[in-house]
Design a protein around this ligand. Structure first.
Ligand SMILES: C[S@@+](CC[C@H](N)C(=O)[O-])C[C@H]1O[C@@H](n2cnc3c(N)ncnc32)[C@H](O)[C@@H]1O
Length: 266
């Protein structure tokens, strides 16, 4: 039940109900009574399987907030501006200039960006920042590669927004089939099985993703051991550099680029 204070305002006795926005909401009703009510929370808290989710709706166990395309655009603009003022943005450009002379990407496959409607604010912020950083990376590397996005958590709005930026959004597992030896794969904080599938495809020219050494750190099972070996193999003939850090948005992220053999150099 919202908390309600009532006080009489005789001057407005016959006026229409009106909402005055303050920290709390003050509502004057048609009878001249002013109600001060606690601002309703944007999101309801629901408890499921012992975990707390804050959001407006839920799909496959993930909580999302309601958002319009215009709000998404504004949020992206905001986080892009923030990213562009960070040292990490300049550092990324500097690091990629080094890659540029060696290898160009014909296409970009983006895996696991996360939903821009995720109910977790930090989650949305990370996804927006990763998207802004991707655009910096693509612009720095040059050319005009098409970008293909895949994440099973994408909503219709994510698809609409990314499409409005000129990108292609595909359903899992289509993106893996788009990876070629000239691709840039951008997959920040993805799960081992995603990287494993990347390693089974033609191995990309550039991979931006979690440090593969992380997967070999814990000998959890024979399966994880096989995955770790496969990932290490995938990058064994790559040079690697650390991705510049911002909060936890790019934690443990590396840029791997495949060395071009002398014979293959133009
Ligand atoms: C740990 S989250 C990372 C999200 C975001 N990049 C970040 O750093 O916060 C992993 C993401 O990978 C996505 N994912 C899982 N399977 C995938 C698949 N087969 N292809 C693409 N993305 C996948 C998940 O839906 C999730 O959004």
């Amino acid at each position: 039940m919202p908390h309600t204070n009532r006080k009489k305002n005789p001057q407005n006795a016959n006026s229409k109900p009106r909402i005055v926005h303050t920290k709390r909401q003050q509502i004057e009703d048609g009878d001249g009574w002013t109600h001060v009510v606690d601002t309703p929370r944007r999101s309801a808290l629901t408890k499921k399987e012992g975990r707390l989710h804050a959001g407006d709706f839920e799909k496959n166990g993930v909580s999302y907030i309601n958002q319009t395309l215009e709000e998404t655009r504004k949020d992206f603009e905001y986080y892009t501006k923030q990213w562009e003022t960070m040292e990490a943005c300049e550092a990324l450009k500097d690091k990629l200039v080094e890659v540029e002379g060696r290898r160009k990407a014909d296409n970009v496959v983006v895996l696991g960006l996360g939903s821009l409607q995720n109910a977790r604010r930090e989650g949305r912020r990370a996804s927006y920042t990763q998207l802004a950083a991707l655009r910096t990376a693509v612009a720095t590397l040059g050319g005009n590669p098409g970008c293909i996005f895949q994440d099973p958590q994408f909503t219709d709005l994510d698809r609409e927004f990314l499409t409005s930026l000129g990108y292609t959004v595909v359903e899992d597992p289509e993106a893996f089939g788009k990876i070629t030896e000239s691709s840039l794969v951008y997959a920040i904080h993805c799960y081992a099985d995603v990287y494993k599938t990347v390693s089974d495809a033609p191995r990309p020219a550039i991979l931006i993703g979690t440090d593969v050494a992380n997967f070999g750190k814990f000998n959890l099972s024979e399966t994880t051991d096989i995955v770790a070996k496969s990932l290490e193999e995938m990058v064994q003939d790559c040079d690697e550099i650390d991705f510049p850090q911002v909060r936890h948005d790019f934690s443990d992220t590396k840029i791997y680029w495949r060395k071009v053999s002398e014979a293959a150099k133009p």
